[in-house]
Design a binder for this molecule. Sequence first.
Ligand SMILES: Cc1ncc(COP(=O)(O)O)c(C=O)c1O
Length: 411
Amino acid sequence: MLNVKSIRADFPVLQKREIVYFDSACTTLKPKQVLEAVSWYYENSGVCAERSTHALGAELTEKIQRARENILRYFGADNSYCLIFTKNATEAINIVANSFKFGKKKKIIISDREHNSNLVPWLVQKRRGLAITVVPSRKDLEYDIGFFERQLSKSVGLISLVHISNIDGYVLPIREIISDAHRKGIPVMIDAAQSSLHKKPNVSKLDLDFLAFSGHKMCGPSIGGLICKKELLSKISPLVYGGGAVEKSTEKKYVLKSSNSGFEAGLQDYAGIIGLDTACHYLNRIGYKNIEKYERRLDKLLTSGLLETDGLQYVGVSDIRKKVAIVNFRIKGFSSAEVAIILDELYRIAVRSGMHCAHNWYLRNRLQPSVRASLCFYNTKEEVELFLEAVSKTASMIKEKKFSQTKSSIR
Ligand SMILES: Cc1ncc(COP(=O)(O)O)c(C=O)c1O
């Protein structure tokens, strides 16, 4: 079982700042082991990998190689896959969106829940003649698998889909979606930004074609990656070209390296890669099943508590069997920004307000901006109880009278 007290001791921010951090869907906090790994690079190395052959260069090359293998293993990717390091999940998705060779199949299927990072890159490709089919949410806001299945025509070249929604933590039925798609020979990319820590997808078992992830949402540094079937590398091209990524060049032409290296031009974020390797090791040590079990307990308390709170509109899917520990709500009489300010200034609880980079979902489903609280395994039952009390007290305020008083008393 998970020892939360000792886990919390690993996170310096939780020791140094008085805060209840319920914004892990934006980015998770980083444990000291990751910070030490990042510092290790700057204090003990600071050189370039995969090019310099001196002792420090060779040592770093080996470390980066090992990190790449460990991160692939973390995601259950066997050696038919490779890993391209990127700045974040957005860049990983952009590599595919910008270059995927659709051939004669000119259609992509996404969902109405996509984060702007898996919507806008495809909208940009409309100018290449790409047609986009958006699978809507049903009335109960779950994925409409029936609608999806009816869209699987010969013209579909790729499916790109969020695994876990950053809006409300809803887990899309990706296993079913991938097998439906593969039966028709259509490759699938999963946006695993929200799932890589809370409900880790197993790349090989799912037979995924592409997976985009955010290292910074899994306790790692600000880095991301694209995991790709090696056989599909020839179907995509780099976003950035230059040194380290070419086999050879003349003033007339260049030959790109055929592996992931062809996609990693210029000096890479070695500290970030080493930090992410350490984050994977850290998460493996805690144990994925322990994380899932513990977060589910917190989610049960959190979601049922909110559903029982008067004066509140719950937004999104609330069945905890179908979601992770993210909740979304509105308090009647308050804007989402006002609620976030009250929680922050009166209770030191950090949440998010707005449309959570999923404007399309809010607009399609006629929903107002809302408040999101997103948890991680370093949160506690006591924090959830404090949050529920804070939300309940806020919901019982009479907006005009008490909120204006609250604002002046905060100042
Ligand atoms: C579902 C989803 N996809 C993509 C992203 C973008 O991730 P990154 O900031 O790593 O580019 C986010 C970030 O919140 C997200 O929640």
